[in-house]
Each structure stands twice: as C-alpha cells, then as structure tokens.
Ligand binder design. Structure first.
Ligand code: BV8
Ligand code: ZN
Length: 253
C-alpha cells in the first residue's frame, strides 16, 4: 500500500499523464458497476443479467426488444446521476494542466455514462475519450446514421427514418471493434505518458485493459486506485480506496 504523498509527488512531476477510468469511478455517483459490489450502487449490473445476452451484437440481433429495454432501464435509472468528487478532481486537473501548459492530462474512459463530461471534461477538446461509446446516444444499425430523436419512455426498438434499420444504443458491444480514431488516441496517450493512473476498473475488459501494459512497456509509472485487488500485474503504486475519496487527496486543483 503506497502512500498518497508519494503518488502526489509523482503527479506533480509528471509531464504526460494518461488516466484510464472504469465503472468504479462512477460507483459513488450511484451507478452500478459491472462486476464488483459497491455500497452506493448496490448489486452490480450484471449479477442480475447475462452480459453476453445483453451487451453484445448477437444479443441485440437475437432479442432486440429485450436489449433495447435493458438500455432504456439503465438510462432511466441513471439520468439524474451526478458526477462525484473523483470526476470533478480529474476535470479540474485537466483544466489546470491546460492553463499552465506544464502538463498533458489525457482521460480515457470505459464508462458510457457521460459523467466525466458533466464534471467538465470536454470531449470536443479531446479531453475525454469514450472508448466504449456513450449510452445517451443512438444510431442506426443499418446505415450508422446518428438517431437524434428523443427516445425517453420508448419501449420498442425505433426504426431509422432513412433506411428503416433498427436503432441501437451508441455503445461498443462485446465482440465489436472500438472506434479506430478513439482507440488510436487512447493508445498514443498510453504509449507517450510518463504516468498512468488506472482508476476504478477491474482491468478485465480488453483492449482497454492492455493500455496499462503499453504504458508500462515504455517506462511509465503505473498507479491504481481501487478498493479491491484487480487482475493488473504491472502496478507500481497500489492505492486501496474509493475514487471519490482518494482523488481529491491526490489532485488538489
Ligand atoms: C473487441 C459498453 C475485437 C456496453 C462495454 C478473452 C480474453 C481477452 C479478451 C476477450 C476474450 N474474449 C473476448 C474478449 C474480448 C472482449 C473482452 O475483453 N471480454 C472480457 C470480458 C474477457 N472485448 C471486446 O469484445 C471488445 N471488443 O475485443 O473487439 C474486434 C476487433 C476487430 C473487429 C471486431 C472485433 C469490446 C469491449 C467493450 C464492451 N463494452 N461497455 C455497455 O456499457 O453496455 S464493457 C463494460 O466493462 C463497461 O464499459 C465497463 O466499464 C467495462 C470494464 O469494466 P470495469 O469498468 O472495469 O467495471 P467492473 O465492474 O469490471 O470493475 C469496477 C471496478 O471498480 C472494480 O474493480 C471495483 O473494485 C472498483 N470499484 C468499486 N467501487 C469503487 C471502485 N473503484 C474506485 N472507487 C470506487 N468507489
Ligand atoms: Zn439507417
């Protein structure tokens, strides 16, 4: 268990930082994680459902209405969720780094909840890369066109006005490739950083979980913030704790 002070010093000295977040960073906002249990959000999402059934292209093709309703349920339970101090600490850090010009802080998130943006991390400035997409957006399975209609309360799969195709949530499902541009940006951020922070992820989902190894392979120091042990093998500084409590101690902007 490394001290907060040592990691704070590392953060102060780092030139290029890559932050990777997972579902654990949103747990204190009350959003259920995928695998672990967290007091705030209770039972993890997938303990009630079979992930391959729901978060996969095969699942959607087999049971479009059920998968659509699962996403509508997730959007409904999460629509009023707010960023917690972890999201805010990261967003403030990014702003301070940008203003000072002394540091680059790239944020790669596996989360689809949009809470980093709500906290002020700006996707247009490439300061949050949503490598698994965004649950609040939809597009057509047939022609890829964004579907901009309000789907609140719609419990059947909408159809595309251009091609009649099925509308789906704009998240990356298991077995689907990640957006190439976003993945390039993520890999470059991991490869070029001198400090890699892994926050609130079980490091089980690839290729995201490989970013830490990529950073380590080119000499970055690796810090992990998580109340539980994870599958990561190359961590230099293990900080056991909740993101919403630890991050404001590590980052005081
Ligand atoms: C791809 C969007 C190829 C959808 C998600 C066998 C071996 C290796 C890989 C594979 C394999 N078989 C298949 C694969 C590939 C597969 C994969 O990795 N499977 C895993 C399960 C083995 N990956 C894919 O399919 C990816 N695509 O490989 O494509 C390809 C290439 C070319 C052409 C075609 C295909 C796509 C993966 C993306 C899947 N989509 N989400 C949706 O949300 O519905 S993944 C989903 O899991 C979420 O995005 C989530 O973020 C992500 C990762 O989970 P975590 O974020 O880590 O969440 P988890 O609950 O696991 O952990 C939370 C952690 O937080 C815990 O450690 C807990 O202790 C901690 N915590 C709790 N409270 C707190 C906390 N931490 C801090 N503070 C707290 N308060
Ligand atoms: Zn279409």
């Amino acid at each position: 268990m490394e001290s907060i002070e040592e990691v704070k010093t590392l953060i102060g000295k780092a030139k290029r930082v890559c932050v990777l977040t997972g579902a654990g960073v949103s747990a204190e906002s009350g959003i259920a994680t995928f695998r672990g249990y967290s007091e705030e959000a209770g039972e993890s999402l997938w303990s009630q459902y079979d992930p391959q059934q729901l978060a996969s292209i095969e699942g959607f093709l087999r049971e479009p209405e059920m998968v659509w309703r699962w996403y509508q349920w997730r959007r409904q339970v999460n629509q009023d969720k707010q960023p917690n101090p972890a999201h805010t600490a990261i967003a403030n850090w990014q702003k301070a780094a940008k203003n000072s010009g002394q540091q680059e802080v790239s944020l790669i998130t596996q989360n689809v909840d949009g809470l980093h943006q709500k906290a002020g991390s700006d996707p247009d400035q490439f300061s949050v890369i949503e490598i698994h997409g965004n649950i609040w957006q939809n597009h057509c399975l047939g022609c890829d066109k964004p579907y901009l209609e309000d789907v609140t309360g719609i419990q059947t799969v909408p159809t595309c006005q251009s091609c009649g195709g099925q509308i789906r949530p704009s998240v990356v499902w298991f077995g689907e490739a990640l957006d190439e541009t976003k993945w390039q940006v993520a890999e470059t951020a991991a490869y070029c950083c001198d400090l890699f922070l892994s926050i609130g992820t079980s490091s089980q989902v690839y290729p995201a979980a490989g970013l830490m190894m990529l950073a380590k392979s080119q000499g970055a120091k690796v810090v992990e913030v998580n109340p539980e042990p994870t599958q990561s093998r190359v961590v230099d500084y293990q900080i056991r704790g909740k993101a919403g409590e630890i991050l404001p101690k590590l980052i005081d902007y």
